[in-house]
Design a protein around this ligand. Structure first.
Ligand SMILES: [Zn+2]
Length: 92
């Protein structure tokens, strides 16, 4: 048996939407990785998003920030907030 991929449904830690993430079964991974490690790596990689439940078109980069799995919208929001924090730091 050769399975090509595995799909996981992940709840966004920001807005609680349900992201469908595709895990590449062919990719090499450390033997000690658990399923949740694999899913987190896929979310962190940013490009494994297949769709978001209830949305016709979902695209963009997912991420893991401060230990939270984030959908593309929440990732953009977190990135903007991080950029704002940097701006404040530059003024001082
Ligand atoms: Zn979200």
């Amino acid at each position: 048996m050769a399975f090509i991929n595995v799909r996981a449904t992940v709840e966004c830690d920001g807005c609680a939407c349900h992201m469908i993430i595709e895990l590449d079964a062919a990719e090499e991974r450390p033997a000690h990785f658990s399923w949740s490690d694999l899913v987190e790596e896929a979310v962190r990689g940013g490009i494994a998003l297949v769709s978001i439940r209830g949305m016709a078109n979902a695209s963009g980069m997912t991420s893991v920030q401060d230990g939270k799995c984030l959908c593309p919208d929440c990732t953009s929001q977190a990135d903007e907030e991080a950029a704002d924090d940097e701006d404040v730091g530059d003024d001082e």
